[in-house]
Design a protein around this ligand. Structure first.
Ligand SMILES: [Zn+2]
Ligand SMILES: [Zn+2]
Length: 269
């Protein structure tokens, strides 16, 4: 059995000097590869160097996360194209980018100002993904309709778009699928209260599912509440297998194939 953690953040493990043991524990859980996802210029260089050091096991993306969008977002984004056009290992996608209404300040005027920056930064990153033919990792919290609308307006390629950590319901999933985009699922799938998320995954179809940890957050059952790590994507797979009635090996093989195709893993040097 082979699994891929299609969306993780390795920075906190690096800061504690834990990368070798985290990768080892992942391998013990059949997780041979992972995609470490950039959130702002502070982690892009680190992720490129990890992808170079652990080639074939660690892949990376660069993007400006909506919760990291501030007044200087243009300056931050100016550092992004180099990763695609310059020397060194290339990212496998652009993102994460998107819209997040959850973590906005309470004050309405301030919130709208920041949300407008998020939109502008998202638009710029969609344009680049189109220009460079790259897959796009979308982060959407409390803004599903607005994200989809913006992607549609900008003419983003649906097959190259993933809404990661999908936490909306079957209705939103139908809208996403009708457009032609896909979703990936975290440990939230294993949480008792998340029946709407399980139904959304069922709506997409068990042969289309992509799995992720979004570590160090959102640890799946039976580790809920602890610090998450890439190897635990096996527990997300187990939860999906149990709910769907499909054998674990089938879920693993399909999600791995979908992830490989989406990020074109194994094709780049
Ligand atoms: Zn996210
Ligand atoms: Zn993330």
């Amino acid at each position: 059995m082979e699994l891929i953690d299609s969306h993780t953040h390795l920075e906190s493990f690096h800061q504690r000097g834990e990368i070798p043991e985290i990768l080892e524990r992942a391998r013990e859980n059949a997780v041979g590869e992972m995609v470490t996802v950039g959130t702002d210029p502070d982690d892009w260089d680190l992720y490129r160097s990890l992808a170079e050091q652990y080639a074939g096991q660690v892949h990376y993306t660069v993007g400006l996360h909506p919760c990291h969008v501030e007044a200087d977002w243009e300056e931050a984004l100016a550092k992004l194209p180099y990763f695609f056009t310059g020397a060194g290992k290339k990212p496998v996608a652009l993102g994460e980018t998107g819209l997040d209404r959850f973590h906005l300040p309470k004050e309405a005027e301030e919130a709208e100002k920041i949300f407008a920056w998020q939109k502008a930064a998202f638009e710029r990153q969609i344009e680049w993904a189109l220009e460079w033919g790259m897959p796009l990792v979308v982060h959407s919290r409390g803004a599903f309709g607005e994200c989809l609308e913006l992607l549609r307006t900008k003419g983003m390629t649906p097959e190259k778009t993933v809404f990661h950590c999908f936490s909306d319901g079957p209705e939103e999933m139908r809208a996403l699928a009708a457009w032609g985009g896909r979703a990936s699922f975290t440990g939230i799938f294993s949480y008792k209260s998340a029946e709407n998320v399980r139904q959304a995954a069922a709506e997409q179809g068990w042969d289309q599912i992509m799995l992720e940890t979004d570590a160090p957050y959102l640890a799946p059952v039976p580790h809920r509440g602890k610090r998450n790590e890439p190897g635990w994507v096996c527990h997300v797979a187990e939860a999906v297998a149990k709910y769907s009635g499909e054998p674990l090996e089938t879920i693993a093989a399909r999600s791995t194939a979908v992830t490989r195709r989406f990020y074109r893993l194994g094709e780049s040097a």
